[in-house]
Design a protein around this ligand. Sequence first.
Ligand SMILES: [Zn+2]
Length: 474
Amino acid sequence: MLVFFVCTTFVVFFGQIVIAQSNYNLSTQGKQNVQLIVSSDFVVTMNEAQPVITNGAIAIKDGKIVAVDTQDKIMASYRAKRTLPGKDMVLMPGLVNGHSHSAMVLFRGLADDLALEDWLQNYIFPAEAKFVDENFVRVGEQLACWEMIRGGTTTFVDMYFKSDVAAKVVDECGLRAIITGSSIDFPSPGFKGWDDAFAASVDFVKRWKDKNPRITPAIAPHAPYTVSPEHLVQAIRAARHYDVPLTIHLAETQTEVRDIQQRYNATPVQHLENLGFLDPRVFAAHVVWPNSSEIALLAKRGVGVIHNPDSNLKLASGFAPIPAMLKAGIKIGLGTDGAASNNVLDMWNAIRLTALIHKGTTLDPTAVPAKTVLRMATLGGAEALGLSDKIGAIKVGLQADLIQVHLKEPHLLPLYDVISHLVYAADAQDVDTVIVNGQVLMHKREMLTVDLERIRREASSIAENIKAEFRPSN
Ligand SMILES: [Zn+2]
C-alpha cells in the first residue's frame, strides 16, 4: 500500500524562513529504494518554492530527482545503493553553458588580442581549414568535456564541425549537450560551402533526433553576416520541420550591425524578424548591440539570448544590455564561447563577470544581483535552450544534473550568504562532484569517465603539428 504525503518543512536560513516542500511516496513496508542520495549543508535549488534548504538532500531514481527535502526527511524515507554526503558543501543544479565551440580548445591561446574580424578571417578560419578533421574534433571535444566537467558544467551547447564525432564523445563522457554543425556560406572544414555543410547538419539532426536522451541535435546557421537571407530561411524551416532548436551568433559587433544595415536596410534582429526567423526555438549568442525595439522584439518572439561576457570583453565586442534584456523578460543564459576567444570553458568566470560588468556599465551596484546571475547560469540557460522541463533546477521530476561545491577553502570563509559565495568567490576548482542524469562523472575531483593521460598526450601531439605548420599573417 502506498501513502502519498505532501511534506512542508520550515527551515531558518540567515534569518529568513524558507519553505522546503516535497512530494514523495512512502511504502508502509519501509523505505523506498532509490539509486542515489546526495546531501549537502546547503541545497540551492533554483526553485522559487524552496530556494535554499539547509542540511538538505536529494533522492535520485532512474536518473531523475524523486525527492528534495531536509536530510532527516530523506533518510527517513529512502534507502539508496549509494549515498554521497556533503559536509561543508553546497548542492546545486549543474551549470548550463549555452554557447561554445568546444573542440576549439585545441586553438586555445593561438591568436590573442585581435579584433573579431581579423581574428576570424586571418587566424581562426585558416587554422580550422588546415587542421580540423575527425581526430581534431574527437580530441578537442574530449579535452573540452574534461574541462567542463571539472568546472561543474553539466549541459553545454556545441556549435562546431564533425557533429557525429562530438556526439560520440559526449555520449561516452556522460555530459548533456545540444550539438550542431555550424553552417556558413563559404568553405569550412570538410565542406565547399553552404549547401553541403547545411545538408550534413540536417542529416545529423535526422540521425540523432530522439536517439539519446542526453544529446539534442540542432541547426546552426553561423550568423546573419555570413549566411544569406535565403539560407537563413532554409535553416529555420528545417528547425521547425524537424522540431529541433536553432542557434545563431547575432548582433555581436558594431561592424555586424553596420554591415547588415548596409546590405539589408535593417538592424540584425530586425533583419531576422523580416525573414520570419524569430520564434522560441531560436537562441542567439551574444546580442551585444540590439536597440530597444529589437530587445522588445526578442522578448515578444520568445527568443533566448546567451550572454558571453568573457568573449565580448576579450574581442572588445562591447557590453550586452543585460539589465534591459532582463527587464524586457528575455530568457537569458550564460556561455563561454569557444576557448580561442575566452580562453577557458569556465562558467564561474562568466558568472562573476556578469555580476560585475553590468554594475560598472550602468553605474548601479544593484544591477544584475547575485541571485539573478546564478539563475542565468542554471535555470535561465535551460529556459533559453528550451530544456527547462528537464534541467536547470533541483525539483522533483527533473533530471538529476547536479554539482557539489566545496565551501572550505580560504576564499570561501567565513560564510554569511551561500549565493554570494557561489557568484562572487567560488571558482572551478571548488567543484567537488558532478552528476548528470544520475550518473557520477566526477567525485572528490576524480574524473570517472575520461582518460586524462591519453587526452593530454593526443592534445599535445595535435598542438605540435599546429605549432610547426601554422603561420600567422603577421
Ligand atoms: Zn561563438
